[in-house]
Design a protein around this ligand. Structure first.
Ligand code: DSN
Length: 444
């Protein structure tokens, strides 16, 4: 029985985990940065490797007893090198932001200038947003999207030439088109910057050849391992041949930045699970999976457009899309997220380019297909899901956020909507769809 010891010795924790399993099983997970790791990945995570301290790197640790941990870490490194065709990998970062902190530490002095896409336009917190360490300790010069939702490369060139940044980030959390690695490498090379590709969102697509690789263009590549790559929560930093040519000591500096610069002991159980996920990503089935993610995203996007929704850039090239709900009302993303959640459809509210509201009460929602594709859903189910979303949003389109008292307003509509018959009906339809695509049947 799954969790047999935990059920016996700490039933309180076991019951909460089992309820979360039910939630994952019977809801539609459309948050594009989430996925369902395989049972093999989960098994590797739940092992005795969590007991070990291994500060340092394979063959040069600060603790004894690392014979097998070295094997695990070397295996993860070798698989990542092969998959992403890079000469150097560090698999120890705890997650995406710590990986990016290590990159700053290795490449910049405090106060140096850095460039990333503005958070409100789809960039990541750690690429220079004002409340993050990256916007506080470095001089952040953000670039933006054009009105059409594509990156404004004229602005990128202008800012880079004027401010001569030390780092230029090309990598996004809510950008729906192909990441323009080649164009960014031309800018970075022209101004002598490090080009860092943050492929957290698209790593699985890159690994499967469904998105152009940054390897020929970037100096450094960072990624999390739990999004499209479908591994455990963790991250990696990779250095390309181009990176080593620019700076032969870069690998050593990255290693030192990760440990002892930013972190202590690596999470060896996570490293093992990363090795498993990388092994899975090398298989032909993973390529099929990645293809289906993109096909599903395109179908979901086109169905939503056919219902009259406005999508940023009118579609997607990758696994995610951004629905601009401004035509319903400004800040409607926050209402949509609540209503959809009540119907068993999990999405995240998101700012849209030229947002007129705030990141907490934004006007868009971000949807992605990695998790539902893992369940085995295909184009036909995407059409059904678009229909569910439309039924829910139609039901709540008369609501609009008040200028004040927004938190209590959201609480109030949540209560009202929990009694709404259409939402209850959609919730039942969502459950039926989920039952057709069982999640973790092995975990009983
Ligand atoms: N929180 C992640 C996302 O949802 O895109 C980025 O780190």
């Amino acid at each position: 029985m799954w969790l047999s010891y935990l059920r016996k010795y700490d039933p309180v924790v076991a019951q909460i985990i089992l309820r979360e399993l039910e939630r994952q099983r019977y809801t539609l997970e459309l948050i594009p940065s989430e996925n369902f790791a395989s049972v093999s990945v989960l098994e590797a995570l739940g092992t005795i490797l969590t007991n070990k301290y291994s500060e340092g790197y394979p063959g040069r640790r600060y603790y004894g007893g690392n014979e097998y941990v070295d094997m695990i870490e070397n295996l993860a490194i070798e698989r990542a090198k092969k998959l992403f065709k890079v000469p150097y990998v560090n698999v120890q970062p705890y997650s995406g932001t710590p990986a990016n902190i290590a990159v700053y530490l290795a490449c910049c002095e405090m106060g140096d200038t850095i460039m990333g896409l503005d958070l409100r336009h789809g960039g990541h917190l750690s690429h220079g947003w004002k409340v993050s360490f990256s916007g506080r300790f470095y001089r952040s010069v953000p670039y933006h999207l054009n009105e059409d939702g594509y990156i404004d490369m004229d602005e990128v060139w202008k800012l880079a030439e004027e401010y001569k940044p030390r780092i230029i980030w090309c990598g996004y959390s809510a950008y729906v088109r192909k990441f323009p690695f080649k164009e960014f490498s031309e800018v970075a090379d022209a101004v002598g910057a490090y080009m860092v590709a943050d492929i957290a969102h698209i790593a699985g697509l890159v690994a499967a050849g469904l998105h152009p690789s940054p390897t020929p263009y970037a100096h450094i590549i960072t990624t999390t391992t739990h999004k499209t790559l479908r591994g455990p929560r963790g991250a990696m930093i990779m250095i390309t041949e181009k990176g080593l040519e620019k700076d032969p000591e870069l690998a050593e500096r990255i290693d030192k930045a990760v440990f002892p610069g930013v972190q202590g002991g690596p999470h060896d159980h996570v490293t093992a699970a990363i090795a498993v996920a990388l092994g899975e990503a090398m298989k032909p089935e993973f390529k099929e999976y990645a293809k289906q993610i993109v096909r599903n995203a395109k179908r979901l996007a086109s169905e939503l457009i056919s219902y009259g929704y406005k999508l940023v850039t009118d579609g997607t090239d990758i696994h995610l899309m951004l629905v601009d709900l401004t035509p319903i009302s400004i800040g409607f993303g926050a209402i949509a997220q609540e209503a959809l959640e009540l119907a068993g459809i999990t999405v995240n509210k998101n700012t849209i380019p030229n947002e007129q509201s705030s990141p907490f009460y934004p006007s868009g929602i971000r949807l992605g297909t990695p998790a539902i594709t893992t369940r085995g859903m295909r184009e036909k189910e995407m059409s059904e899901i678009a229909g569910f979303i439309h039924r829910v949003l139609q039901e709540v389109s008369h609501y609009s956020l008040p200028p004040k008292g927004r938190r209590s307003f959201i609480k109030k509509i949540r209560e009202e909507l929990s009694q709404n018959n259409t939402i209850k009906e959609v919730r039942e339809d969502v459950k039926k769809l989920c039952e057709r695509f069982p999640l973790y049947p092995e975990l009983r």
